[in-house]
Ligand binder design. Structure first.
Ligand code: NAD
Length: 270
């Protein structure tokens, strides 16, 4: 069902790699709700990914940008305003990557070059995106910027490794930049703390299958899917949430407020 919630709104969507990506589902939903956008991803991911298919389906153009490169982000922002014919109303940052996780380095045995690169891609890139938007005065008043995060920023999930630290930093950037974007430009900035979701990035985490089914059993509403996340993001891009800013919003079926559930208790009561 579509409500035209984003009719006339324009934006940029980072991070659609394949049909499982949260950004992919979000792009489809934003299109359904009448929004128009530019799709972007790292040049290397675009060679591997199927983003052209999504662009065709949603009538969008693709502008490659490595989110760690200020130059490429600057180009992306000015090209997007040209393509879309004006300033932007929404931006989705859906980017994450840890080389320590990828290479199987334990949290207590990090390679700090990997740590620095993962932090740049997963956390600092959010600041770079916002600084680029802010300095180009690229956002319309009452625009909305959203990044995706995970609860390992607040609680310990050992196999989430250095991504936990990256997410804590990312959430802090949302608060700090949210202040300036709110004060100066009337733009809101939030992070969505999403349930474990079976995507390329998600499945890179060691023991992901156990992780996702534990979360599902702990959550009274069950895990939120990528599609659920897309729906929630659309609400944050819409005019119905204009005064929500500087928040980390849990979108996890209730997991974040649980102590223990009946299903999990039963596993330990043999
Ligand atoms: N999957 C989960 O369990 C889960 C849970 C909570 C939050 N998240 C977050 O959701 C976001 C999206 O991840 P996803 O699960 O859809 O996985 P995904 O692998 O589909 O998306 C990650 C994206 O990051 C992009 N990326 C990596 N390096 C980049 C760079 N240098 N420049 C630009 N883009 C780059 C990748 O190309 C990819 O498109 C991430 O921030 C992730 O941490 C995921």
């Amino acid at each position: 069902m579509s409500y035209n919630l984003l009719k006339g709104k324009k934006g940029i969507i980072f991070g659609a790699l394949d049909g499982n990506s949260i950004a992919w589902k979000t792009a489809e939903k934003v299109h359904e709700e009448g929004g128009t956008f530019v799709l972007t991803n790292a040049p290397i991911a675009m060679r591997m990914g199927q983003i052209k298919e999504l662009a065709q389906k949603t009538g969008s153009e693709i502008v490659p940008a490595d989110a760690t490169s200020e130059e490429e982000l600057k180009n992306l922002i000015s090209r997007s305003m040209e393509i879309l014919g004006g300033k932007l109303d929404f931006v989705l940052h859906s980017i994450g990557m840890s080389i320590n996780v990828r290479k199987g380095r334990h949290y207590t045995d990090q390679n700090y070059d990997f740590t620095g690169k993962g932090w740049d891609v997963s956390a600092l890139s959010f600041h770079k995106v916002m600084q680029g938007l802010y300095n180009a005065d690229a956002m319309n008043p009452w625009g909305s910027i959203v990044a995706l995060t995970y609860m390992a920023a607040q609680r310990t999930f050992p196999d989430y490794n250095d991504m936990a630290d990256n997410k804590a930093y990312l959430e802090s950037i949302a608060r700090s930049f949210g202040y300036f974007f709110g004060k100066e430009k009337k733009v809101r900035v939030n992070t969505i703390s999403q349930s474990p979701t079976p995507t390329t990035a998600g499945q890179g985490v060691k023991g992901f299958d156990g992780f996702i089914s534990y979360a599902d059993k702990m959550s009274p509403l069950g895990n939120a899917s990528a599609q659920d996340c897309a729906n929630y993001t659309v609400s944050l891009f819409s005019d119905l949430t204009r005064k929500v800013t500087m928040q980390n919003l849990y979108h996890d079926g209730g997991f974040s407020n649980m102590g223990v559930s009946q299903e999990v208790m039963e596993k330990f009561s043999e």
